[in-house]
Design a protein around this ligand. Structure first.
Ligand code: PLP
Length: 385
């Protein structure tokens, strides 16, 4: 009882700090160091999107937008989601958000509360745990199996007592992509537990390799009422700094998420939403070129890591991360320090959940030359460990 009282007396910052695995800041890249740490595309936003924002600003589109998002953007997103996922999607199911980050926060704050149990397969994107702490929900880590697949037996056993399961697919940090079999069994579990919501963060849904078509949770029609999908312009369109994401959910859930989102954020930037409509006109060839570019880098990373003794890595099937295990006595955080001293910046695997200990995350959203040099340094450091 005393413990509960003390816990509830924690302020929100204290609650977040007590669970957070995220670095306080990504810090500066010291002169001469190569950063393989950042989760953002190295290229700039495409010229037509930038021009659309400039046109919008010049046209005086500098006033408040509707609190639920611009109608034109929501219509464009509903068409985009319908055509890319095959799921007929209405405007009432679209919530534009201040990046996926604010979308995720609004989901957690809007759909779970104190005492609700939330299943989080890990290693996974570190922000979910912080949002769940804000909401006061109970986060239950479920480590992935040794083969990288979801531990669906464990998820199934926890499901009857849980309110939500949060997936990152494709995965940051592992680059894993869920198989049809995993998605189907997950849908079975969700369908059998009507109180359970499935949150699918598909920030990297456009970045899947080897010619494989990405399977979105939006295709799981039989659990439509229980599914919330998170998207973002950040990765697909190299628009991290514009801060624009979106959520797709049935109107009842979308309404709750939108209410929380607008209560915190107010409306989104008007000219950013105008530019996003232009981004949604991007031809398929752009995405094909993007995937080819990242896939070349993925191959380079896997080949380089495979050549280093005491390092093992699963071939990423999507996103722009590799998650190698480094066989040493050092913790992930100590490994990160050792790599930084060797001139290459990576992220600690433990940031992404308890089972990330012993791993580091390498981002290959970096030009090939820097990537090759960064990997050479990485190998040198491991050799001297
Ligand atoms: N979801 C995942 C899996 C991410 O990796 C990131 C950013 O790194 C986000 C969400 C947040 O994206 P946004 O820039 O849209 O807030």
């Amino acid at each position: 009882m005393a413990a509960i009282l003390i816990e509830s007396a924690l302020s929100l910052p204290e609650r977040i700090t007590s669970v957070s695995r995220r670095p306080a800041s990504l810090g500066q890249v010291p002169p001469g160091a190569i950063s393989l740490a950042m989760g953002e595309p190295d290229g700039d936003t495409s010229a037509p999107v930038v021009e659309a924002a400039v046109r919008s600003l010049r046209a005086g589109r500098t006033h408040y937008a509707p609190l639920t998002g611009s109608n034109e953007l929501r219509e464009a997103l509903a068409r985009w989601v319908t055509s890319t996922s095959g799921r007929p999607t209405t405007v009432a199911e679209i919530v534009p958000t201040h990046g996926a980050a604010a979308g995720l926060a609004s989901i957690m704050l809007g759909l779970v509360g104190p005492g609700d149990r939330v299943i989080v397969p890990e290693p996974t994107y570190s922000l979910y745990a912080d949002h769940l702490a804000m909401a006061g929900a109970e986060r239950i880590w479920v480590p992935n199996r040794a083969d990288g697949c979801l531990d669906l037996d464990r998820i199934e056993s926890l499901a009857p007592e849980a309110r939500m399961v949060v997936l990152c697919n494709p995965s940051n940090p592992t680059g894993g992509v869920l198989s049809t079999a995993e998605l189907t069994r997950l849908a079975d579990i969700v369908e059998r537990n009507p109180q359970l919501l499935l949150i699918a963060d598909e920030a990297y849904g456009d970045i899947v390799y080897d010619g494989v078509a990405f399977e979105s949770a939006l295709a799981l029609e039989r659990i439509r009422e229980q599914t919330v999908v998170v998207g973002t312009f950040s990765k697909s369109f190299a628009m991290t700094g514009w801060r624009l994401g979106y959520i797709v959910a049935v109107p009842e859930l979308a309404g709750k998420i939108s209410l929380v989102h607008r209560t915190i954020n107010g409306s989104l930037n008007t000219f950013v939403q105008d530019a996003a409509i232009e981004a949604l006109k991007t031809p398929p060839s752009y995405f094909e070129a993007m995937r080819e570019r990242y896939q070349r880098r993925r191959d380079l990373v896997v080949a380089a890591l495979d050549d280093i003794d005491r390092v093992s890595v699963k071939r990423p099937a999507g996103a722009f991360y590799a998650f190698p295990r480094v066989d040493s006595d050092l913790s992930s955080a100590e490994l990160v320090d050792a790599f930084a001293r060797g001139g290459v910046l990576v992220r600690a695997g433990s940031e992404f959940g308890p089972s990330g200990e012993g791993y580091v995350r390498i981002s290959f959203a970096t030009d090939e030359q820097s990537l090759a040099e960064g990997l050479r340094r990485f190998g040198d450091v491991v050799e001297k460990l």
